[in-house]
Design a protein around this ligand. Structure first.
Ligand code: SF4
Length: 404
């Protein structure tokens, strides 16, 4: 059996293939813990301990819950924890976690709604389709048995700053996968309540899945795993999530930015990369000024050209003599193809007429940038087929851009 997959592993591939490679192929140990992740872990740990007592019929008071959170936070907190959103402090995050635990306690006391089966449980199971099997592991925050409804409940604690919508909950695949894991231990878990606790909002969101939907989730994840295993290229994908990525310091999109952002101004200016960008940017500015000048000159030339054409028409001539050069005046009509942007109807009409008369192929060309863009959404088999006809060209260019 090959790799063992998890929600975070599949999610990492969806987010950024390079991040996936760093973490799961290269097994890069570099870890940057963010304050959001730290706060989430501490809240989880506190609730797990609290529910371990409940499992043994002991309901600890609210003060215990909050002071235990304080102890766990203090024991593990260090200044190396990264604060991504500069407008928030570690103290602010600590307070948010504490308040959400206090609200949670008030919401669910006396904690007798269900019976606690397991807390923080790693379950290994196999995703199966035909003869294929893929090993999967899920870490379930809490499994409850609802003795009144006679069903299992899977509870997941979330400390994210955004609240999931009901539609997102109904299409999420994390908890349904955990339900499949649960079914591998208790087949009657085919009926299970899926519960998300969005702790910062003191809000519970629920959903459930039919057996057919669970099969669809299983198929979807198997397809994702197949895509991961067939993947040969792992490009970086820049997104808002980069700020929370463990690998910014080695990622080619961020490595230099991270290296120089901590330098003081004088050292920053002396960095070889910074000097290259400054020199390139200065020349770009000069080019811009020259282009503006060229534009002015061209406008001036256009006026002269118009006067020359009128002169030629008036004098019935095609060549105008000058001191060193001559102006050749051409007046003729030529057919050009409309662009899609200028006239959509004409563009479509022309295209359809050519296609109908089998002449389209004679005047059409394959545009590389469009081909590269479209290939991303084409089926893998087609891409593999046409790749043999494509010429691999190494692009070596730089583009100047503004800093974010
Ligand atoms: S920093 Fe962004 S682009 Fe780079 S590996 Fe991480 S997620 Fe991908």
């Amino acid at each position: 059996m090959g790799n063992t997959y998890s929600i975070s592993r599949v999610g990492s591939f969806d987010k950024c293939r390079l991040q996936y490679k760093y973490r799961y192929i290269d097994k890069n140990p570099l870890r940057v813990e963010t304050i959001e992740a730290f706060m989430g872990t501490k809240v989880h740990e506190t609730l797990n301990e609290f529910y371990d007592f409940i499992k043994n019929k002991i309901v600890k008071p609210k003060d215990w819950l909050l002071s235990r959170y304080e102890e766990i936070w203090k024991k593990d907190f260090s200044d190396s924890i990264k604060i991504v959103k500069k407008e928030l402090s570690a103290k602010g995050y600590h307070q948010k976690g504490k308040e959400s635990l206090a609200e949670y306690y008030d919401e669910y006391k006396p904690f007798d709604q269900t019976k606690i089966v397991k807390t923080e449980e790693s379950i290994y199971f196999n995703l199966k389709k035909n003869k294929e099997e893929h090993r999967f592991v899920g870490i379930l925050d809490r499994i409850d048995w609802n003795d009144k409804a006679k069903i299992f409940e899977i509870h997941d604690y979330k400390t994210s700053g955004s609240l999931m919508t009901q539609e997102e909950a109904d299409h999420d695949y994390q908890l349904p996968l955990y339900q499949l894991a649960l079914m591998s231990q208790w087949p009657e878990a085919v009926k299970t309540k899926l519960v998300w606790h969005f702790l910062l909002f003191n809000k519970q969101i629920e959903s459930s899945r039919t057996q057919k939907q669970l099969e669809e989730v299983q198929e979807l994840i198997i397809e994702k795993i197949k895509a991961i295993e067939a993947c040969q290229e792992f490009p970086p994908f820049k997104s808002a999530l980069c700020d929370w990525c463990d690998f910014q310091e080695i990622c080619p999109l961020w490595k230099h930015i991270k290296k120089v952002e901590i330098l003081e101004e004088s050292k920053y200016r002396k960095d070889s990369g910074v000097k290259l960008v400054a020199a390139y940017s200065e020349l770009e500015e000069k080019k811009k000024q020259l282009k503006e000048k060229i534009f002015e000159i061209e406008q001036e030339q256009d006026k002269i050209a118009e006067a020359a054409i009128e002169f030629a028409e008036r004098e019935n001539i095609q060549v105008i003599d000058g001191p060193d050069k001559q102006l050749v005046v051409t007046l003729k009509e030529e057919l050009t193809a409309p662009t899609r942007r200028d006239d959509q109807d004409k563009w479509e009409g022309l295209r359809e007429s050519l296609i109908e008369s089998d002449k389209y192929i004679e005047v059409s060309t394959v545009n590389s940038s469009m081909l590269n863009r479209m290939m991303k959404s084409w089926p893998q088999e087609l891409v593999a087929k046409i790749k043999d006809f494509l010429v691999k060209k190494v692009i070596r260019k730089v583009d100047l851009r503004k800093k974010n």
